[in-house]
Design a protein around this ligand. Structure first.
Ligand code: AMP
Length: 192
């Protein structure tokens, strides 16, 4: 499945809960890239300034990242994509990649949000000190990331709408309520 939504929508929080509950991995491309930056490996050095600016890493690189991650044994029973795809090209590439692996998407769940709330959430993420600080969690970079989402990522929604696998839920509810909404959808799909 794919968890879809703008920065701050709660994809990461929900993906972690669902990953634990269903025993399938969370594939968070942002985390993979941040780890590469931390390690200062070839990928990390190449993408560091792109992450700092809140821009998107190129599609070819991202396809390579996701392809390598899907090769790992823990993906065999399923996985939760968190932060991928972020462009229509990535969505098309993912289709081809899954086809070649005889795999398919069960659903894409879009967390619908209110932009002003996203700033409050990112502010909270920074000031609570609960999560490790992220260098792209600033007002300016969030503004750019939301613009990038609007321009490049939002067009992925109609791509999945046409395939009839897109479900929209209210991402502004509490963490528990959002999880419940997602689990209800997953039950419906399982019973089809
Ligand atoms: P995230 O943690 O999902 O907010 O991602 C952090 C940053 O990693 C983004 O702002 C992008 O710079 C980069 N990134 C993560 N996933 C992708 C993707 N699928 N395509 C391009 N860039 C990505």
């Amino acid at each position: 499945m794919i968890l879809f939504g703008p920065p701050g929508a709660g994809k990461g929080t929900q993906a972690a809960i669902l990953s634990e509950h269903y025993g399938i991995p969370q594939l968070a491309t942002g985390d993979i890239l941040r780890n590469a930056v931390e390690a200062q490996d070839t990928l990390g050095r190449r993408v560091e300034s792109i992450l700092e600016a809140g821009e998107l890493v190129d599609d070819e690189t991202m396809l390579g990242v996701i392809n390598a991650r899907l090769d790992k044994a823990d993906c065999a029973k399923g996985f939760i994509l968190d932060g991928f795809p972020r462009t229509v090209k990535q969505a098309q590439d993912l289709d081809a990649l899954l086809n070649s692996r005889n795999a398919h998407l069960d659903c894409v769940i879009e967390l619908e949000t209110v932009a002003s709330e996203l700033y409050a959430r990112v502010d909270n993420r920074v000031s609570s000190g609960l999560s490790p600080p992220r260098s792209d969690d600033t007002f300016e970079i969030l503004t750019n990331r939301l613009q990038v989402y609007h321009d490049s990522t939002a067009p992925v929604v109609p791509f999945y709408e046409k395939k009839l696998i897109l479900w929209k839920i209210d991402g502004m509810k509490t963490v528990e309520e959002v999880t419940q909404q997602i689990m209800t959808i997953l039950k419906k799909i399982k019973n089809k």
